[in-house]
Design a protein around this ligand. Structure first.
Ligand code: NAD
Ligand code: AHE
Ligand code: ZN
Length: 375
């Protein structure tokens, strides 16, 4: 079939809207009509050329929601008409990682996914002249139709609006999951969140759900503070307006009894390795846990004095908030539909596919939280 897509032809260039060929689903695969997709900073990371796994031409997008159109041979858990959210972290329930119960990082198809290919080593997308187009994170939601492995689709309830629940495909689950699954934040905790964008705001939402007492937001853009306050931020630090960000955070947390200070939990949602260091170092001596969510450019490395870890701080990372997609994503959708979590105010812009490059501009200008493309 043919479908309409925003294609990344070369690193650093705007996406091009065009008709592309899409082959039907092979064994274990599913054809999905994408109804809506968010634009995550990770899409920009890859578009810009900063991703060591970036391949071009490709169809980006990994934060979608849609409807099953056709299933390939052997598919048993989905049927045409089912509503689904694509998973860049699949859940096969059979690989050593899934069976370990210790991680959400299913390894069943990670190799081919990182090579922009379906599990059989080929692409379903091609240009009209026959040139193959790479898949992206196994999802490619910047196309009106895509083909996905069955194990990389979460079946969700049919009354949930696509233009909101697409955000559960990455940002919402990553932010809330980082708090609940990865950090395991306790009631009464003090926390700092670096980067108050599409991920950081969901970390804040997760911290409020977990019962944190102090939620310190950190961002270079003062405009991000207003929305963060609505989601539960109690204090704000702009690093460009203080001499020392770590000290400013530590000072906020000190009490008469605790003159050492530091947050119990910190989260990096910027992708900047210097910020990751600050996030670790503002956490409390003896027990502070710092979670890296941000994705850093090729070649970037984190550093700190080992003394920071010797004295009890713990550095962790999280992918997709530690969520097991097929199991947990339908629950996140229920939470949204039951009013337990909020999504609507964070979707600041709704665009057509033709306007998708405006969505990237809004992100760069710091004007959007999430821009969502509706097909
Ligand atoms: P975003 O652009 O919406 O938000 C980033 C925020 O960070 C912005 O508000 C920006 O002003 C702020 N910021 C940038 N540099 C800063 C600095 N030096 N100090 C303080 N604040 C700074 O991006 P997003 O969609 O929220 O994504 C955030 C990061 O999380 C990206 O690196 C993205 O790739 C990553 N991410 C990781 C996962 C995962 O599973 N680990 C999932 C989704 C996104
Ligand atoms: N390709 C990059 C890594 C990108 C990365 O870390 N991706 C996150 C999800 S970001 C979603 O917005 C992830 O899930 N990582 C685990 C994995 O297996 O990719 C690089 O640096 O090579
Ligand atoms: Zn993402």
């Amino acid at each position: 079939m043919r479908t309409k897509a925003a294609v990344a032809l070369k690193a650093g260039e705007p996406l091009q809207i065009m008709e592309v060929n899409l082959d039907g689903p092979k064994k274990g695969e599913v054809l999905v009509e994408i109804k809506a997709t968010g634009i995550c900073h990770t899409d920009e990371f890859t578009r810009s050329g900063a991703d060591p796994e970036g391949l071009f031409p490709c169809i980006l997008g990994h934060e979608g929601a849609g409807v099953v159109i056709e299933v390939g041979e052997g598919v048993t858990t989905l049927k045409p008409g089912d509503h689904v959210i694509p998973l860049y972290t699949p859940e096969c329930r059979e690989c050593p990682s899934c069976l370990s119960g210790k991680t959400n990082l299913c390894t069943a198809i990670r190799n081919t996914q990182g090579q922009g290919l379906m599990p059989d080593g080929t692409t379903r997308f091609s240009m009209l002249d026959g040139t193959p187009i790479y898949h992206y994170m196994g999802c490619s939601t910047f196309a009106n139709h895509t083909v996905m492995p069955e194990i990389a689709l979460a079946k969700v309830r049919e009354d949930a609006p696509f233009d909101k629940i697409c955000y559960i495909g990455c940002g919402v689950t990553t932010g809330i999951g980082a708090v609940i699954n990865t950090a395991g934040v306790e009631i009464g905790s003090k926390a700092a969140v670096f980067g108050l964008g599409g991920i950081g705001l969901n970390v804040i939402q997760g911290l409020r759900m977990a019962g944190a007492d102090m939620i310190i937001g950190v961002d270079l853009n003062d405009d991000k503070a207003e929305m963060a306050k609505k989601f539960g931020m109690t204090h704000f630090v702009n690093p460009s307006k203080v001499d020392n960000t770590v000290q400013a955070i530590v000072d906020l947390t000190k009490t008469e009894k605790d003159q050492i200070g530091g947050v119990d939990y910190s989260f990096d949602a910027t992708g900047n390795v210097k910020v990751m260091r600050d996030a670790l170092e503002c956490s409390h001596r003896g027990w502070g846990v710092s979670v890296i969510i941000g994705v850093a450019p090729a070649g970037a490395e984190i550093s700190t004095r080992p003394f920071q870890l010797v004295t009890g701080r713990v550095w962790k990372g999280t992918a997709f908030g530690g969520a097991k997609g097929r199991t947990d994503v339908p629950k996140f959708v229920d939470w949204y539909m039951n009013g337990k979590i909020e999504i609507d105010p964070m979707i600041t812009h709704t665009l057509s596919l033709e306007q998708i490059n405006d969505g990237f501009d809004l992100m760069h200008e710091g004007k959007s939280i999430r821009a969502v493309v509706v097909y």
